[in-house]
Design a protein around this ligand. Structure first.
Ligand SMILES: N[C@@H](CCC(=O)NCCCC(=O)O)C(=O)O
Length: 262
């Protein structure tokens, strides 16, 4: 059987003076090698593209991390320069894509910037420069050019008993990496908190009334998905949910054909 396809909304990047619609290799590799999926990068074209037509052709959505921040105007805050860098074209694509995927019961995995987009898409807000708040740790990307060192597993999160992700990675303490300076401030009404860090930072959420896998994590399971068990299990769970969705869609397409053949 052909592997199901998932959509990854692109970042806008400028390389050598040209504008690119880009997605990082680490997400594509984890989705392909661990979840067993194929990836389609969705250009950051906002409402110039019919996002439902794109969702008709895929079986899941993976919203990746990125150095840019969701524009504060999208959660009712005035932007300062310190809130940047921004990527309004990605916001204009990923936020409606997230909302439509949830409405259509299409599996969704949202990572780092992705969990922040999921929260804003559903009406929540973000806090910036969280390391400056009293009692909050420094969750920022380690300063090193070495990618393995940037993404090193160095922080505990506590997964809630009975949460959605506890089914895959167990409840209790899990070791993760951390590369962010923003975090969820007000949790969107449709989200439940699945895991927190010891300093109270929200580390994972799920959509309460979702009809499919709809999970966001503040850490980066994609980076170590081939070698770290909790990271692998999250990607495998997403892959299974995507395959279930694809199988359901294929069965629904076959059913009317069978009837008309009678
Ligand atoms: N706005 C966010 C971004 C967090 C995030 O997705 N980090 C990944 C960084 C990857 C990179 O730098 O390439 C925040 O800082 O909280």
């Amino acid at each position: 059987m052909t592997k199901p396809i998932i959509a990854i909304p692109a970042d806008i990047r400028v390389l050598d003076g040209a504008t690119w619609h880009a997605a990082q290799q680490q997400y594509i590799q984890a989705a392909s090698n661990v979840a067993g999926l194929m990836v389609m990068i969705v250009p950051a074209m906002g409402d110039a593209y019919d996002l439902d037509a794109i969702l008709d052709r895929v079986d899941g959505v993976l919203v990746s991390g990125s150095a840019s921040n969701v524009h504060p105007s999208l959660y009712g805050k005035e932007a300062t320069e310190a809130d940047g860098p921004f990527d309004p074209a990605r916001d204009a694509t990923s936020l409606p894509l997230i909302r439509r995927a949830i409405d259509r019961a299409i599996p969704l995995l949202a990572i780092c910037r992705g969990i922040q987009e999921l929260n804003v898409a559903l009406g929540g807000s973000l806090a910036s420069e969280i390391q400056e708040q009293p009692g909050i740790w420094d969750h920022r990307k380690p300063t090193t050019p070495e990618r393995d060192a940037m993404y090193v597993i160095r922080q505990s999160v506590f997964v809630k008993e009975g949460s959605c992700i506890a089914r895959y990675i167990g409840p209790g303490e899990v070791q993760v990496n951390s590369l962010h300076r923003q975090a969820i401030a007000t949790t969107a009404p449709r989200l439940q908190v699945e895991a927190t860090a010891e300093d109270g930072t929200i580390e994972a959420v799920s959509v309460i009334d979702a009809k499919a896998f709809a999970v966001g994590v503040q850490w980066h399971p994609e980076y170590w998905a081939e070698t770290d068990l909790p990271s692998r299990r999250l990607f495998e769970a997403f892959g299974d949910a995507v395959r279930d969705y694809a199988a359901g869609k294929a069965a629904a397409t076959r059913a009317p054909l069978k009837q008309s053949a009678l």
